[in-house]
Design a protein around this ligand. Structure first.
Ligand SMILES: O=C(O)CCC(=O)C1=CC=C[C@@H](O)[C@@H]1C(=O)O
Ligand SMILES: [Mg+2]
Length: 366
């Protein structure tokens, strides 16, 4: 593959309903859409999933633009690249900026699988046709959260992730369990707790949660290991896992029993595959996390989730969970509680360039 042109579009869309977490509230979603054109005229699409503010990781839309512009795009423009994993090796000369790297690498994976006439899922090593999925229930008053779960259950979701706030964790989880004693339920704390809260967290053991996601700070591997020793409920790491070395550390310390993989957070699909293989070897179940993203990342995530190590339904909800309209056709929909894995070559969906243009605030061509 010889990359002739890269186009970046910064788009902005309102969320259907505000998304509340312990970090804060998302109302609008900015994203960077990457269109990569190869010498043959073939097109690959990727997405940078960084948020506008650095509260989930250090990266933002603006840092990604800066790093793509000055450092990453020049590394691949007019170079011959046989496989996307070569790009992820090239990118290693610059530290961090995983979401910016993953956006470009995602577009290369789309191009590569189109060139091989393989669906992205098959190119990554996945084989199933449909995957069960979960949904995230945003933080609200308890009654509203119960209503949301009822609605999502009717839509067919199989796993419910509830955002909690430290002051209301017991109240939220106990009320949900009263109404839904048997659903597959988990909570995501987004680092809201500290090691001093171990006793408070241990009280949640009685609710048979599927897992507690990221209770402590992202570098607090030792503290997570201490908590995991004390709790029956499995701990899952999200923000802590930036690369395969973090997975090795988590396994060595016993810091978690489950891992959430977001290709953007770990620097791309190549690193996600390495994490997959290691986790499979160590019997650590995986699931694919979400970033309130557009259909381009959503179908990439579906392809990744079709690999055998992804045994827990991920945060891969339908396009309509967050947006009135998606930028892909067909958009992601639930069918009998599952989403279909696209079978066409590459990401396997049409990208709606007109809609992207309508949403674009800034465009750059290289
Ligand atoms: O994409 C979705 O539907 C859910 C995304 C989601 O839960 C999150 C995205 C980004 C930061 C957090 O708020 C949260 C998470 O930590 O997984
Ligand atoms: Mg999380």
């Amino acid at each position: 593959m010889r990359i002739k042109q890269v186009e970046l579009s910064v788009i902005e869309q309102p969320l259907k309903v505000p998304f509340h977490t312990s970090y804060g509230t998302y109302v609008q979603r900015e994203s960077i859409i990457i269109k990569m054109i190869e010498d043959s005229g073939a097109i690959g699409y990727g997405e940078v999933v960084a948020f506008s503010e650095p509260w989930y990781t250090e990266e933002t839309i603006q840092t990604a633009l800066h790093v793509l512009d000055l450092f990453l795009i020049p590394l691949i423009l007019e170079k011959d690249i046989i496989h996307p994993s070569e790009a992820s090796e090239l990118f290693k000369c610059f530290k961090g900026h995983h979401m910016a790297k993953a956006g470009l690498e995602g577009a290369l994976w789309d191009l590569y699988s189109k060139q091989q006439n393989l669906s992205l899922a098959n190119a990554l090593g996945g084989s199933c046709d449909a995957i069960p999925v979960g949904v995230v229930v945003s933080l609200a008053n308890t009654e509203k959260m119960i209503q949301q779960i009822k609605q999502y259950e009717q839509e067919g979701y199989e796993r419910f992730k509830v955002k909690v706030d430290k002051k209301r964790d017991y109240e939220i989880v106990s009320t949900i369990r009263e109404h839904f004693p048997d659903i597959s339920l988990m909570i995501d704390a987004n680092s809201a707790y500290t090691i001093k809260d171990i006793d408070q967290l241990k009280r949640l053991d009685e609710f048979k949660l599927l897992m507690i996601e990221q209770p402590f700070g992202d570098r607090e591997f030792i503290e997570h290991a201490e908590l995991q020793k004390e709790m029956k409920t499995s701990i899952c790491l999200d923000e802590s896992i930036h690369c395969i070395e973090d997975v090795k550390l988590a396994i060595a310390l016993g810091a978690c029993r489950i891992i959430n993989v977001k290709p953007g957070r770990v620097g791309g699909l190549t690193e996600s595959l390495k994490i997959h293989d290691l986790a499979l070897k160590h019997h650590i179940p995986l699931w694919v996390g979400g970033m309130i993203e557009t259909g381009i990342s959503r179908v990439q995530n579906i392809a990744l989730a079709s690999l055998p190590g992804f045994t827990i339904p991920g945060d891969i909800s339908a396009s309509s969970r967050h947006f009135e309209e998606d930028i892909i056709h067909p958009d992601v929909q639930l069918q009998n509680g599952k989403v279909l894995v696209p079978q066409e070559a590459g990401i396997g969906v049409e990208v709606d360039e007109e809609r992207i243009d309508r949403l674009t605030k800034l465009k750059r061509r290289y």
